[in-house]
Design a binder for this molecule. Structure first.
Ligand SMILES: Nc1ncnc2c1ncn2[C@@H]1O[C@H](COP(=O)(O)OP(=O)(O)O)[C@@H](O)[C@H]1O
Ligand SMILES: [Mg+2]
Length: 225
């Protein structure tokens, strides 16, 4: 896909929440674009709309007004089913709290997002991804047998199982010490080149900014940079 198109693009996106008779404008007229092979970091204070923006990019939430494009497709008017399908095939998520299932091993957690797909090499791919994030010797460990950094690496491998074009990370180092956070950031940076994906990472942590190709700042739901 041409790099000028943007693998994901938001245009004039506003998101309002109704809280009783109070209206909260979480995003106000936001334009945003990310390309394959770049890491964009979204910064801003708590409550500035970072998670809302990531959820809109990740098709987990729909804007009140404005448009969302994935590659050349305008997905703004997609049905819930169409959004789910688009999300599965294009987007990988990494969360602050890892969101691993405690009863499953590392390799089973990585396989999970591809369970609906009738591919025979699912296990091989999961093993390969875990090896690539340095966990080849932890395949059958459950999350409680892994450190925080190892859990987040499992989550990164899981985000890649469906060969996404975009990897979204919400505060990916938020629950990790600085040194472990550094290794996770190196892992995310490697994705851009090795997998040719767009990485969009949200943080209030300045550490993440050092790794970014581009920084977008949100204040009160508006992009300031
Ligand atoms: N589901 C929701 N209902 C009502 N208000 C919400 C909801 N989600 C987020 N908000 C509000 O939108 C604003 C932005 O929130 P959020 O995107 O979570 O910010 P951040 O991730 O930067 O901390 C905040 O004022 C928050 O309270
Ligand atoms: Mg948030």
């Amino acid at each position: 896909m041409g790099s000028q198109v943007g693998v994901v693009r938001l245009a004039g996106v506003t998101k309002r929440y109704q809280n009783g008779d109070e209206t909260i404008e979480a995003l106000a007229d936001v334009d945003f674009r990310a390309e394959r092979g770049e890491m964009v970091t979204v910064i801003g204070p708590s409550g500035s709309g970072k998670s809302t923006m990531l959820n809109v990019i990740g098709l987990l939430d729909t804007p009140t007004t404005g448009t969302v494009r994935i590659q050349t497709r305008d997905v703004t008017a997609f049905t819930e089913d169409e959004l789910t399908e688009e999300r599965r095939s294009v987007i990988g998520f990494v969360f602050q709290e890892f969101h691993l299932l405690p009863m499953l091993t590392a390799v089973e957690n990585v396989e999970l997002p591809s369970m609906w797909e009738p591919t025979v090499d699912r296990r091989d791919r999961a093993v390969d991804l875990l090896r690539r994030v340095g966990l080849g010797d932890r395949l059958d460990h459950t999350p409680d047998e892994l450190s925080g950094g190892q859990r987040q690496r499992v989550a990164i491998a899981r985000a890649l199982i469906n060969e996404p074009d975009i990897v979204l990370a919400d505060e990916p180092t938020g629950n990790l010490d600085r040194e472990t956070g550094e290794t996770i950031l190196e892992e995310l940076t490697a994705l851009q080149t090795n997998e040719n994906v767009a990485v969009v990472a949200v943080t209030h942590d300045e550490q993440l900014v050092e790794y970014a190709d581009r920084v977008v700042e949100l204040v009160d739901g508006r992009v300031t940079t």
